[in-house]
Structure formats: structure tokens, C-alpha cells
Design a protein around this ligand. Structure first.
Ligand code: ADP
Ligand code: MG
Length: 717
């Protein structure tokens, strides 16, 4: 970072924005400390410290017009105030505020110091959610005391409200920001290339900063906001574009030849016609694999959309070229299931398929690893961990990573470190809304399987309360009477008054059970002994021995079990077309995507299927989840809703989600700006792949600073 050194040598008066906040007029040592705590260390930090919202001060609500349940702003005079302490020792500070039309009460808990702040007759502005008990009330409103009517900062038409702690008030930060703008706005340097700003009609940086704090109109505020968000997204997308270019221009991968007998036999492998989406995905993959640039593709498709068939095509292509393929599944059950179906299909073609999971005997494992090393094995199927850790491939051509979108991307890096540069296909059944895909997987190519195979029967989803449990059991019984099978699934947390009895909880050798496992075990015993004593009930959970799990799954597939009680181990990939009922217990404890994944275990055969959500959703979010499930079967709609309910971080899971930290933009709300920024960024990298054009110099510096260590920019200039 040469740039940084040069900057550090410049005297502060040449770069006032970088000067310590202490040097700004109005900041003493104490205040500086408070500001530092808010992350404001320099004047520039202050300029980039954005308001949380704005108040239109020309537009206060009259107390008589207040709408209960909504957030509103009221201006009025303090009538009275006082504190009292409840029996439980809670200090309550209450204040009555009046305007010409009525009175509203403000209540604060445990903030007795407030009484020193207010005086009767004082004019104040409050903001908060209006509630109605016997009187109108706002609990813990935001407040501002109008001290000086001529104060232009605070009495402007549109007033910024900053996210603050108690130590710094709105008044203070506003005047300070005003001062910072006066003092060092001129030193901010434009970062976006002029031609991009012109094309996208973006205001310049100084205008944006000025107006994000003190907009003279909402129109200007919009312009300022759009510009700042665009810049943030642009830099992010630029990083992704460079990363993608880097994969393509880095060490070459394998160029798979399309000539040869194996892929011709692909069509004859299946008794069905491929869907249009499958055909399209296969074409895209084929093109990637034929190219010497390594494939880096994400295959998205709802549960049951037939991703595995697409993957099999890719395996045939790599085997035909004399390379090895690795298929990684997230669980052992799934790996085994893939192994059974894939070896059945491909062994007759002379392709050697092997399974590598931790449940195997050590000698067997060793033997398989040897076979992989000396190239006897064509396709190796296993769990993620095993394949990454200690397997030496002789000529790895393709890696398919199933159902694990979170880690797939990072793992490609490990392969390259091992000196391998195979084609990589990551498959996920959690459809990723486009807005997230552009942000987190912006450096991958994406294929989407949009439709389910024809002839699939619908899944109807019901939402049923505990009181009707007996009817649910009756329904299961009827379906089994028709020759079908059922799943009953338990969540991680299990709340019930009936505590499972101890002896049911000890399963020999397998150690302590999780709550879900206990719940499943308990219910399994109850159902087997009482409710369905005439039927065959099975139990499966993660803590059972692998052999036992396999055995249970096999028996369920062979219809030797009617009802399978389980934890979420069946969440991904299990394929038993004859199962038509899925009961999800305490369904309010599952997330939306997870419910959808679970539901994907049914509706896989030629029968109508039924998903029953048993439980009582108490929160709004839980109700929305139930509602969404009962309204749609489309995984993309479910995912959009899930993203909206939980936000991007939660949606992707917390670990390694690769979600960038954003200061201004919101990838859901500001999606359109993201698309524009992406188009510009990819365009720029196309035209100037090494950012050599002096017009792009400034943005290159920003990239270098912002993504130092995270992005390999060595190829960039
Ligand atoms: P996914 O991995 O996407 O959840 P699978 O690949 O396991 O889905 O496919 C689910 C089921 O659908 C399998 O039994 C598979 O054989 C079948 N299948 C796949 N493609 C088609 C198709 N085009 N038409 C009919 N059935 C299909
Ligand atoms: Mg699958």
C-alpha cells in the first residue's frame, strides 16, 4: 500500500479530513472519547457517519390526529413531569406534553437523570411509537429540546437524526457535522470515474455528503443516497469482477473434450425426459468444462428439481476424458444414497465408482484411498471433510459439491493450493434470491433449474394446532392404508410438559442425545407402543451408529417401515418417492428455508402429498412462515420471503457467508442500484482488466485499501 505511506507523510492541514476528530472545533477530550466509541476518529469519519433517518420538521403530527401503533413526531410544550418507583423497584419517569390539540404522555424506565434535563414550559420534539392505554403514550421516545429558535441546524426543514448513545446528543452531533463540512468537505476526493457518474446520473461526492446530512429537499437526499450506495456497491462489484477475471485468467484448468462415447450414453441412463432447465444447465456446464478456463459454477434448483442428473452428466464428461470426479455430500446418509444410485447407473458403463465415508473400516478406507491415488477410481463419493482432508487424487477433473452453498466457494481455494485446478460445480437446493447471489456469489456463474420435472404431484401444506393431533394421526393412518408412508420430524428445541422419561433417553454407546434426539426417541416409543402399535414405526437421528442409520433408511425405502420418526437428519436429499406425509412437530421453531427443505422430502413420487405443520406460531414472523408455507411451493418465493424475514446475514447463516459489510446500502432494498453498479463494474474490468487507465487510478487505490488481504490484486497492475 504505497499510497498510504505517501498520505501519512502529508501534513494534516493538507488533508483536514484525515485529522483527528479532537482538532475539530467543539470537541474536547471527553467528547472525543464518546465520538471514538461511535467509530468516529477523524473528521472524515464524521462526514461518513450517516443519519439513521430524517424528520420533516415542517410536518409534525397534531396530538389529536395521532395514529395508535405508528411512529410519529410531535412538537409540544412540557406540562408536567415526575418520577416514581414501582413496588418492584423500577424507576419510572413520566412527562406530559401538550400541543394545541391534546396531551400525550412520555414514559421512560430507569432513567431518573431525565428529570434534570427538562423544565416545565419548555418546547420539545418527540418521536416514537404511539400507544394507547387509558391515555396516549409513547414509551422511550426520542426527544429533542428546542433550545434556540434561530438554530438553523436543528430547525431546518429536513433534520437528520443520527444513531447515538446517551453521551452524545443530536444537537451536538448536528452542529459538529456542520462544522466538519465547513472545514473539510473540499478535501474529499471524487472516487467514481466521471463517465460512469455521467451515465448513471450520479451527483458528485461533495454534493452527496453535504446533502446526506443537510438536504434542502427530499429530492436532493435521494440523489445523495443513491450516489453513496452506488459507490459502495460499485467497489464491491469491482472486487468481484476482478476475482472472477482472476479465475479465468489464472492457471488454466482442464479442457474437456466433448467427443467420445460416454456422454452419448447419458440420455439412455434415465427413463424420463430432461426438463428444459436441466438441458440448459447441462449446456452451460458443458461449455464451461470444454473451455480451458476452470469452471466455477453454482447450480441452483429447488429440492427434487433433478440436480443430480445434471451432475451425472458432468461426471460422464470428466470420466470420458480420463479424469476423476469427486462428489461431496454434506452428510454420510446422503453420500451413501448418492453412491447407491450413481454406481447403479454408471458401473455398467465401466466407470469405477467408490464411496469414502468415515463409517468404513480402516483397511477399506486405505484401500479406497490407494485406488484413488493410482487412478483406478473414476468417481469418488463421500462427505466433504473426508475428501478435503487426506485424499491424493491422481488426476482430478471435476468436483461437485452438493447442498452446501456456504462453503463451496472457499473450498475451491483449498484445491488450488493443492495444485489442482479442477472444474467446480456447487449445487444448492436453497434457492438464493438474485439480490444475494449477485452480492455473495457475484464471482460465480450461475445456472438455475426453474421447473420441477413433469408429472410431479402437488404438496398441500396445512397448519394445524396441537388440539387436533388425533386427527393428524388418523390422517397418517389413512395414507398408510393406501400404501403410502410418512415422516414425523422434530426440531432442535423441544418444549413440552410431558418430560420424556429417563430410561428412554439412553441409547447404548452413542452418548448424550440432543433435545431433538430425545424428543424423537420419546415420541418414537410412544407412537410405536400406543398410537400406531399395529404399524411399523422407525426412528432415525444423527447420534445413531452409521450402520444403524443406513439400515433404517434402507428399510424405509423398501417399505418395511411405515412411519419414520426423525430429527432434521433427513433435511437434505433423502429420496423416498412413496412417502407422502410429512408432519413437522413444533414447526414454529424451524426457519422458513428449513421447513421448505424438509417438505421437499415428500412429493417426489406420483401421489399427492401432504405437509402438516403442527404447532402454534406466536410471533408475527412465525405466522408469516406458516402462511408462506401454506401459500406456495415455489422455493424461490419461499427464499425471497425468508430473506425478507431474517435479513441477509441470518439467511445465509453466520459462518463464512461471505456477506460484505455495508455502510450505506441494503442489498434487498437497494437492489436496483446494485444491478447498475454491477453492470458498470464488470464493464470497467472488461475494458481495463488491470485498471491501468489513469482515470481508474483512484478507484484502484480504494479497492486496495478496502480489500487488502481479502482480495488478491497482484494481477491488477
Ligand atoms: P435434487 O437433487 O435437485 O433435489 P434429484 O436429482 O434427487 O433432485 O431428483 C429427484 C428425483 O427426480 C429423482 O428421483 C430423479 O431421478 C428424478 N428426476 C430427475 N430429473 C427428472 C426428470 N427430468 N423427469 C422426471 N424425473 C426426474
Ligand atoms: Mg440432491
Amino acid at each position: 500500500m504505497q499510497e498510504k505511506k505517501i498520505e501519512a507523510q502529508k501534513p494534516p492541514f493538507l488533508r483536514p479530513g484525515k485529522a483527528d476528530i479532537r482538532y475539530l472545533k467543539g470537541v474536547g477530550p471527553k467528547k472525543a472519547e464518546f465520538l471514538n466509541r461511535l467509530g468516529i476518529n477523524t473528521t472524515e469519519d464524521l462526514l461518513y457517519y450517516l443519519p439513521r433517518r430524517y424528520e420533516d420538521r415542517s410536518n409534525f403530527s397534531l396530538i389529536k390526529d395521532l395514529k395508535v401503533g405508528e411512529h410519529q413526531t410531535v412538537k409540544g410544550k412540557v406540562l408536567t413531569f415526575g418520577t416514581h418507583v414501582t413496588k418492584r423497584g423500577i424507576n419510572i419517569f413520566q412527562m406530559a406534553l401538550a400541543d394545541k390539540t391534546g396531551v400525550i404522555y412520555c414514559v421512560w424506565f430507569n432513567q431518573p437523570f431525565l428529570k434534570k434535563l427538562f423544565t416545565v414550559g419548555q418546547e420539545i420534539i418527540i418521536y416514537g411509537k404511539v400507544e394507547k392505554y387509558d391515555k396516549l403514550q409513547i414509551n422511550h421516545p426520542e426527544y429533542e429540546i428546542i433550545k434556540d429558535k434561530s438554530d438553523s441546524v436543528n430547525m431546518g426543514k429536513i433534520v437528520p437524526i443520527y444513531p447515538l448513545t446517551q453521551d452524545v446528543n443530536q444537537h451536538y452531533i448536528r452542529s459538529l457535522t456542520r462544522e466538519a463540512i465547513r472545514h473539510s468537505l473540499f478535501s474529499l476526493k471524487e472516487s467514481l470515474p466521471t463517465h460512469i457518474r455521467a451515465r448513471r446520473r450520479l451527483v458528485d461526492l461533495r454534493f452527496a455528503i453535504q446533502n446526506i446530512h443537510f438536504p434542502v429537499s427530499f429530492e436532493n437526499l435521494d440523489k445523495a443516497y443513491k450516489r453513496l450506495v452506488f459507490e459502495e456497491f460499485f467497489i464491491l462489484q469491482l472486487a468481484l469482477a476482478l476475482k472472477k477475471k482472476d479465475v479465468k485468467t489464472g492457471p488454466p484448468g482442464i479442457s474437456h473434450s466433448l467427443d467420445g462415447g460416454l456422454i452419448d450414453s447419458f440420455k439412455k441412463l434415465f427413463p424420463f425426459e430432461l426438463t428444459q432447465s436441466q438441458v440448459k444447465a447441462i449446456h452451460e456446464i458443458q461449455k464451461d468444462m470444454a473451455s480451458p478456463k476452470p469452471m466455477n459454477r453454482l447450480l441452483e434448483g429447488d429440492v427434487g428439481s433433478g440436480k443430480t442428473a445434471v451432475a451425472i452428466y458432468a461426471f460422464l464428461l470428466t470420466a470420458q476424458n480420463g479424469y476423476q470426479g469427486a462428489f461431496m455430500a454434506p452428510t454420510e446418509i446422503l453420500a451413501r444414497q448418492h453412491y447407491i444410485s450413481i454406481s447403479e447407473l454408471l458401473m455398467p458403463l465401466g466407470i469405477n465408482v467408490r464411496l469414502l465415508v468415515s463409517g468404513l473400516k480402516p483397511e477399506k478406507k486405505l484401500e479406497i484411498k490407494k485406488e484413488i491415488e493410482n487412478g483406478e477410481t473414476d468417481i469418488i463419493i463421500g462427505t466433504h471433510a473426508l475428501i478435503w482432508e487426506d485424499v491424493g487424487f491422481s488426476k482430478l477433473g471435476l468436483v461437485v459439491i452438493d447442498e452446501q452453498h456456504k462453503f463451496g466457494v472457499a473450498q475451491r481455494h483449498i484445491l488450488r493450493k493443492k495444485g489442482l485446478n479442477p472444474d467446480v460445480l456447487v449445487m444448492t437446493a436453497t434457492p438464493i434470491p438474485r439480490t444475494l447471489a449477485l452480492t455473495v456469489y457475484g464471482d460465480l456463474d450461475i445456472s438455475v433449474i426453474k421447473e420441477l420435472p413433469k408429472g410431479r404431484y402437488p404438496i398441500t401444506t396445512y397448519w394445524i394446532e396441537e388440539g387436533e393431533r388425533a386427527k393428524v394421526y388418523q390422517f397418517i393412518r389413512e395414507e398408510i392404508g393406501q400404501g403410502r408412508q410418512a415422516y414425523i420430524v422434530y426440531p432442535r428445541i423441544w418444549a413440552t410438559k410431558r418430560s420424556p422419561s429417563q430410561e428412554l433417553l439412553t441409547v447404548p454407546k452413542e452418548g448424550v442425545l440432543t433435545r431433538a434426539e430425545k424428543a424423537a426417541t420419546h415420541m418414537y416409543n410412544k407412537l410405536r407402543e400406543e398410537v400406531f402399535s399395529d404399524l411399523k414405526v422407525g426412528l432415525i437421528h444423527g447420534r445413531m451408529a452409521v450402520k444403524e442409520k443406513d439400515d433404517i433408511m434402507r428399510r424405509f425405502k423398501e417399505r418395511k417401515i411405515d412411519i419414520l420418526v426423525s430429527t432434521t437428519v433427513i433435511e437434505v436429499g433423502i429420496d423416498v418417492p412413496n412417502a407422502t406425509v410429512m408432519v413437522i412437530e413444533n414447526a414454529e421453531q424451524f426457519g422458513l428455508s428449513q421447513l421448505h427443505q424438509l417438505r421437499g422430502r415428500i412429493g417426489r413420487g406420483s401421489y399427492s402429498s401432504y405437509c402438516i405443520l403442527l404447532g402454534t406460531p406466536r410471533t408475527e414472523a412465525a405466522k408469516k412462515r406458516f402462511y408462506t408455507m401454506s401459500q406456495t411451493q415455489d422455493g424461490f418465493k419461499v427464499a425471497e420471503q425468508d430473506l425478507e424475514l431474517r435479513g441477509p446475514g441470518e439467511f445465509l447463516g453466520t459462518k463464512q457467508h461471505g456477506l460484505p459489510e455495508l455502510r450505506f446500502g441494503n442489498i434487498v432494498r437497494d437492489f436496483e442500484i446494485m444491478e447498475q453498479a454491477r453492470a458498470e463494474a464488470f464493464n470497467l474490468v472488461e475494458q481495463d482488466p488491470y485498471l491501468k487507465d489513469p482515470r481508474n487510478g483512484f478507484i484502484k487505490n480504494i479497492l486496495g485499501r478496502r480489500f487488502a488481504g481479502k482480495l488478491d490484486l497482484t494481477n491488477v497492475g
